[in-house]
Design a protein around this ligand. Structure first.
Ligand SMILES: *Cc1c(COP(=O)(O)O)cnc(C)c1O
Length: 217
């Protein structure tokens, strides 16, 4: 499907935002999408997002969507627009520390495990509830903007839909318990090339689409 078709579906029909996942793709494949007006791009590796940030126009909002090691936070802290993969209080603390050093507040999402697969990263819901009690919500230089999740990689649409519903219910729970008065807690990042239409129907505000836009990796 073309960029324009996907963009229309995401932004016009569902009032969500499209993150073009450009991981592994060279800059000469990414620039044409920038020229069409795309400004949100997603990468999953620190060295790659740093390289592309350095080489590309500075009005791009780079989203880090892959798992993040604490010792690499310092490389992205000066410029990253949003980190989708906060899954421990230690990582949140390090992002906070590096944000402070750079005199900025960094937008982040809490990644929550919703898939029926061991390999998927993210918080177990029970761990997240504990960390919320133990200071995760008190850091001054991160702004928790919502949640992120990845559904099981399966053709069973009903399963994928119920996992997205689960993520939406976690979002609603966190919102009412901890973020009632914070309009910035508003993002549900879910949906990839294979399942973004279901995600949009279930309330995604950010979809992360790679191969449907850039071709397979
Ligand atoms: C690669 C990736 C995507 C995009 O996957 P596609 O299937 O190519 O759309 C989305 N989210 C995360 C976390 C990814 O690593």
């Amino acid at each position: 499907m073309s960029y324009q078709t996907i963009l229309k579906k995401v932004e016009i029909e569902h009032h969500a935002r499209l993150i073009a996942v450009s991981k592994t793709k060279p800059i000469d494949m990414i620039m044409p999408m920038y020229e069409l007006g795309q400004r949100l791009f997603g990468e999953n590796r620190v060295h790659e997002v740093v390289e592309k940030y350095d080489a590309m126009p500075k009005d791009i909002a780079w989203h880090l969507i892959g798992s993040l090691q604490k010792n690499k936070v310092k490389y992205i802290a000066p410029f990253i627009s949003m980190i989708h993969s906060i899954d421990s209080i230690e990582l949140a603390k390090e992002v906070n520390k590096q944000a402070l050093k750079n005199d900025r507040v960094i937008d982040v999402l809490l990644q929550i495990k919703i898939a029926d697969e061991d390999s998927k990263q993210g918080y177990e819901w029970s761990e997240l509830e504990l960390d919320c009690k133990n200071g995760l919500l008190n850091f001054t230089h991160i702004r928790i903007c919502g949640v992120m999740g990845m559904a099981t990689f399966t053709d069973e649409q009903a399963q994928v839909r119920s996992e997205f519903k689960l993520l939406k219910s976690y979002f609603d729970h966190l919102k009412s318990k901890h973020f009632k008065d914070q309009s910035s807690f508003s993002e549900i990042s879910m949906g990839m090339s294979g399942d973004y239409e279901i995600a949009l129907e279930e309330g995604a505000t950010l979809v992360r689409i790679g191969s449907a836009l850039f071709g397979s990796r």
